[in-house]
Design a protein around this ligand. Structure first.
Ligand code: COA
Length: 260
């Protein structure tokens, strides 16, 4: 499938998805939102692909929503505004619930919705000097649809400071508050991403998808309400072909079938 706003590179079990609108620092408009979502759906059903890397072409990862596009929404009616906002919310949810792990390769800038993509991904790795920020309030708008993902990563304390000031901050602080998992020199960024991908390729594909579902389910429920779910999850996966192969491989002192 050909895309205008993104680029998809396949490399065996790894799919690299590039935001590809460098002239506006990969700011996303309606077309990019649609294409990115379509692409993630395509990858979801592709058994060959086991890990997704999300990055940005040009000097920055993503400058968030296209402000021309957002501004133009003043001439649309409330229903159309709701539809566009829903499409945006659906994109972040698609990233968040992707059964294939998403490693985010972050450089240059990740602002507004760009920081939202980082928050919705599984393992974001950033280069030193990357500008992060929830700049929306400085533009008189809100980090609304990204807030559930950001809050889950950075918590209320940091969100109160950063959502209210809209100030920009650097990769080291992004790591300190839990928005990214690692901050490295730019020349080491691809190596750090590669390292994460290699670790993920050691994991059972189905087990990773189930582990993501487990995190989503377990994070915000009472322990006693979770017993049935967690008991069923382990009871099912340990007798599944993948679970059996993983445990057998360990006991036989060999790599499991999926390991490269
Ligand atoms: N929406 C629309 N256009 C954007 C954009 C956005 N979110 N971010 C950048 N652009 C455009 C700029 O207007 C500029 O267009 P021009 O060439 O027609 O003047 C072009 O992209 C390059 O931006 P520039 O600021 O010159 O690039 P830079 O490399 O010096 O800085 C950023 C990059 C991302 C740090 C800077 O563009 C920025 O701060 N953008 C605003 C990001 C923001 O607050 N996003 C939140 C949206 S909710």
């Amino acid at each position: 499938m050909n895309y205008e706003r993104i680029e998809l590179e396949r490399d065996g079990p790894v799919a690299r998805v590039w935001l590809n609108r460098p002239e506006v620092r990969n700011a996303f408009d309606g077309l990019m939102v649609t294409e990115l979502r379509k692409c993630l759906f395509e990858l979801k059903d592709d058994d060959e692909v086991r890990v997704i890397v999300l990055g940005g072409r040009g000097v920055a990862f993503c400058a968030g929503a296209d402000l021309q596009w957002m501004k133009a929404m003043a001439s649309a009616g409330h229903d159309e505004n709701l539809r566009e906002a829903q499409a945006l919310a659906d994109l972040f949810f698609t990233v968040y619930e992707s059964p294939k792990p998403i490693v985010c390769r972050v450089h240059g800038a990740a602002l507004g919705g760009g920081a939202g993509l980082v928050a919705a991904s599984d393992i974001p790795v950033a280069s030193f000097g990357t500008q992060f920020g929830f700049t929306e309030v400085r533009l008189g708008i809100l980090p609304a649809v990204i807030s559930p993902y950001v809050l889950r990563k950075i918590g209320e304390s940091a969100a109160r400071e950063l959502f209210l000031t809209g100030e920009r901050f650097e990769a080291v602080k992004a790591q300190e508050i839990g928005l990214v998992r690692a901050a490295v020199p730019i020349e080491d960024l691809d190596g750090a991403v590669y390292g994460r991908v290699q670790e993920l390729l050691k994991s059972g594909p189905k087990a990773m998808a189930e582990a993501k579902a487990l995190i989503r389910e377990v994070a915000f429920q009472r322990v006693e309400d979770l017993q049935r779910y967690t008991v069923e999850a382990i009871a099912e996966i340990r007798v599944s072909p993948e679970g059996q192969e993983g445990m057998r491989a360990f006991l036989e002192k060999r790599k499991p079938g999926w390991a490269l």
